[in-house]
Design a binder for this molecule. Structure first.
Ligand SMILES: [Zn+2]
Length: 589
């Protein structure tokens, strides 16, 4: 079986006729958008329809071109042509801003907007999209200001982001491993936290902390620069806070976020029991030191060949849904997946949904480990989400961050639970521990990141922050979130420095959506288990609606009330059951 993907459904090459034709078409569409004018004599409905149609055509061709170029680059890091084309596409697509602002302002100014939208089938289909444009337009600056802001960002926050990336990816660290001093890049040193040998984990942590002072001042300047710019802009736009902007972009109500955070906070003690039990297994009395947070407990000696992983996933998902199983089968059969690790291919895994051709492509680096197998299941879940959206207008396919992980977490949970059932008791213990450890990151660590970022914004508004202050805030956030679960003398004061999430000016509070994603995914999974097959149609409707509704409306489709504590408590107790099981098993060891 071949383990590389087939991209010919998109294009054969950058030089193929269809690629060149589409590039021309993209430019034509942009020109048409620029030339679009609402004509006074015509019905406003016709003008809006015209804009929507060109925009659809534009996105169909743009996503195809960009998708192909990104996918090529992801497996050929040194492909200069791909890099150049991506840069050109990005630059060309910036032409979209002006006509979009124009359209937004026009649309917002229409007095009888609702009637106009209701009078046309096409506009009705896009009513959420249109209303969101109107909502966003409240925060738009003038055309000149928007252009200036976008230009200044390139030398402001974007430049700071690149500096942080550069400093953290080129920092070389001396670390002692088994009596030998090695020079390793930061990401590799951080990965030592997953090693079997405690001494290695500890030495990695110490070396990491000792290395940061070399770059701390510059990275703190980046962070101050980025957060400062964000604060200037959001105030100008009229948002109450950076959080308000993120909530709007996430299509989430403040009440929902507060309800979820309160539920998480109340559940922290359960996680602390787990951290303390893990500390006990590893021989610590004062709670877990930060360097043992990710320590594996026992080895999951489950190896899978690529075809075994495929069969295991398809067989177990088919117990839930034949349709999902058929799609997963098709993904393997039609070579949607690039699984083979090789030089020049990027690390990690992702799923890229290609709306214009109604297919997906999945990148993974499959080496046969248990987590490689569950990662595949996770990415296939994303592909199923894309599949559910295949009949939607391309303008109705972009879903907000909090809903992005629903299908993937669902799929991964089904497969992980199936594996636990098949495993012997030692394996099951290791898998279970790993699962809780990951959930602990998404609930407890994310909680600490939320606290930290909230304080960061509040303090940055007054003045730039020193390295010492940043370290202090981070330590205090960790103490609040982990409580007695972690050893307070062995925390991690530099987590603000190495997490890329704090360094994206366009994605503030890029933390709570993870917790939302996990808890919502688990909640939906719990419903599926409870309601059985009847639930599948509802689940599909939910995924189909993710691109054209507020998050609360999507949840309401399966009778979930996101503002009720019960829902969040139930989701958390799914993890709680795992923790209970773990505590019983840990006691016997
Ligand atoms: Zn994912």
């Amino acid at each position: 079986m071949t383990e590389r993907w087939d991209l010919t459904a998109l294009y054969h090459d950058f030089s193929s006729d269809s690629f060149l034709q589409d590039r021309e078409k993209m430019k034509e569409m942009l020109t048409e958008l620029e030339e679009w004018q609402p004509e006074e004599k015509r019905e406003p409905g016709n003008s809006a329809e015209e804009f929507i149609k060109i925009l659809q055509d534009y996105y169909e061709v743009y996503s195809k071109l960009m998708g192909y170029s990104q996918l090529r680059l992801s497996v050929e890091a040194r492909n200069e042509e791909a890099l150049k084309i991506i840069e050109q596409l990005e630059k060309e697509s910036a032409r979209l801003t002006a006509p979009r602002v124009e359209f937004q302002k026009w649309l917002s100014g229409l007095e009888d907007r609702r009637e106009i939208i209701n009078s046309s089938e096409l506009l009705q289909e896009h009513s959420f999209f249109l209303e969101e444009l109107v909502e966003q337009s409240r925060y738009l600056l003038s055309r000149e200001e928007e252009t200036l802001a976008a230009q200044l960002k390139r030398t402001g926050s974007s430049a700071w982001t690149k500096l942080q990336q550069r400093l953290t990816s080129t920092l070389m660290i001396d670390v002692e491993i088994e009596g030998e001093i090695k020079k390793l890049p930061l990401p590799e040193v951080r990965n030592l936290a997953y090693k079997q040998d405690q001494e290695v984990r500890k030495s990695g942590y110490q070396a990491e902390l000792a290395a940061y002072p070399e770059i701390e001042e510059s990275v703190a300047a980046s962070l101050n620069g980025i957060k400062g710019e964000v604060l200037t802009l959001i105030k100008r736009r009229g948002y109450q806070s950076p959080l308000a902007e993120t909530l709007q972009e996430s299509r989430l109500e403040r009440e929902t976020l507060d309800t979820m955070l309160a539920a998480m906070k109340d559940y922290l003690p359960k996680f602390r029991e787990y951290f303390r039990a893990k500390a006990g297994v590893l021989g610590h009395e004062e709670g877990l030191p930060f360097y043992d947070l990710f320590a594996p407990l026992g080895e999951v000696e489950m190896e899978f060949s690529y075809s075994q992983a495929r069969d295991f996933i398809i067989e177990n998902i088919s117990r839930f849904s034949q349709e999902m199983a058929d799609l997963y089968h098709r993904a393997f059969q039609e070579r949607w997946i690039d699984a083979e690790p090789r030089e020049g291919k990027r690390g990690g895994a992702f799923c890229y949904n290609l709306e214009p051709i109604k297919e997906s492509r999945i990148l993974s680096n499959f080496t046969g480990s248990f987590s490689d197998m569950t990662t595949l299941a996770h990415e296939l879940g994303h592909a199923y989400h894309g599949y559910c959206l295949r009949q939607e207008s391309i303008l109705n396919t972009s879903y907000p961050m909090p809903l992005a992980e629903t299908a993937s977490i669902f799929s991964e949970t089904v497969i992980t639970n199936a594996a636990i059932e098949e495993a012997d008791s030692a394996q099951a213990f290791a898998i279970l521990e790993n699962k809780i450890s990951q959930a602990g990151q998404v609930i407890v660590d994310i909680y600490s990141r939320y606290l930290f970022e909230d304080r960061l914004f509040a303090e940055r508004e007054k003045a730039a922050l020193s390295v010492e202050e940043l370290k202090k805030f981070m330590i205090e956030a960790q103490q609040k979130a982990y409580g007695e679960g972690l050893d307070h003398d062995k925390l991690h004061p530099y987590m603000w420095l190495n997490k890329p999430h704090y360094y994206s000016a366009g994605r503030n509070y890029y933390n709570f959506p993870y917790a939302f994603g996990l808890l919502f995914g688990l909640g939906v999974y719990a419903l599926a288990r409870e309601r059985g097959e009847d639930f599948l149609t509802e689940y599909k409707n939910l995924l189909t609606a993710t691109g054209r509704n507020k998050v609360a409306e999507v949840a309401a489709l399966v009778d979930i009330d996101l503002n009720s504590r019960n829902f969040w408590d139930d989701s958390l107790s799914v993890i709680g059951e795992d923790i209970e099981k773990f505590l019983r098993l840990a006691e016997k060891r």
